[in-house]
Design a protein around this ligand. Structure first.
Ligand code: CA
Length: 225
């Protein structure tokens, strides 16, 4: 899962980015509204965390431009962050299409919970556990179990499994996997994605789950029967 963090406070931005990375999200961080819009243009995000109090172009202006787009990116969930006394900003933000808000200073655990909830809602999942036949994947602990036996997955393998489960029944291309797993400053190749998928496929055999390859389209885990 890939997140765009828009925050002009350097210390808060760095701390937020690091805490999200520790939760296995790929995070791109920008500190200006204009940069946020060009980032949204260049990469697919599962969520945008948007500070409303930004220099020059405000977070609210960014949100309005995003929501006015005529493509699927316009529907990317947005979590706004505001100062405690900025009630009007929060109301305006929600009216402009924000999905949720956090008041600064916020607890990191609450940020993580709201991020998980918004990503779940986007993927129409009811809980943080993804269940597929005999396989269960917990998006919080990042643990996969087959018939209650833990599967040893690397962080990358778990990330790929999560994307394929959330989009079960649809083919996901190598490029899409790469974009959802990697922030700008991480460099992994399409060949590496193939290697991760190959390993994941072997590990999923015990759960009776097949990762299918559709030539030219990508990978797919079929929906459970
Ligand atoms: Ca700010």
């Amino acid at each position: 899962m890939r997140i765009l963090l828009v925050e002009d406070d350097a210390a808060l931005g760095e701390a937020t980015r690091q805490s999200l990375r520790n939760e296995s999200y790929a995070v791109d961080w920008v500190s200006e509204g204009e940069r946020a819009l060009s980032a949204i243009e260049s990469a697919p995000y599962d969520l945008i965390i948007l500070d409303l109090g930004l220099p020059r172009m405000s977070g609210l202006a960014v949100l309005r431009v995003l929501r006015a787009r005529g493509d699927p990116k316009a529907a990317t969930p947005v979590l706004i962050t505001t100062a405690r006394d900025a009630v009007t900003d929060r109301v305006e933000g929600l009216d402009a299409g924000a999905d949720d808000y956090l008041v600064k200073p916020f607890a990191v655990s609450e940020l993580h919970a709201r991020v998980r909830a918004l990503i779940r809602r986007r993927n129409a999942a009811a809980s943080s556990e993804l269940v597929h036949g005999r396989l269960r994947f917990d998006q919080v602990s990042r643990q996969a179990r087959a018939d209650d036996q833990p599967l040893e997955l690397s962080a990358r393998e778990a990330g790929i499994l999560e994307v394929l489960l959330l989009r079960a029944g649809r083919a996901v291309s190598k490029e899409q996997l790469l974009e959802s797993l990697c922030a700008w400053d991480t460099d992994i190749s399409l060949n590496a994605i193939e290697v991760y998928v190959h390993r994941l496929r072997k590990k999923l055999e015990v759960a009776g789950i097949e990762v299918r390859t559709f030539r030219g389209l990508g990978y797919c885990i079929e929906k459970p029967q």
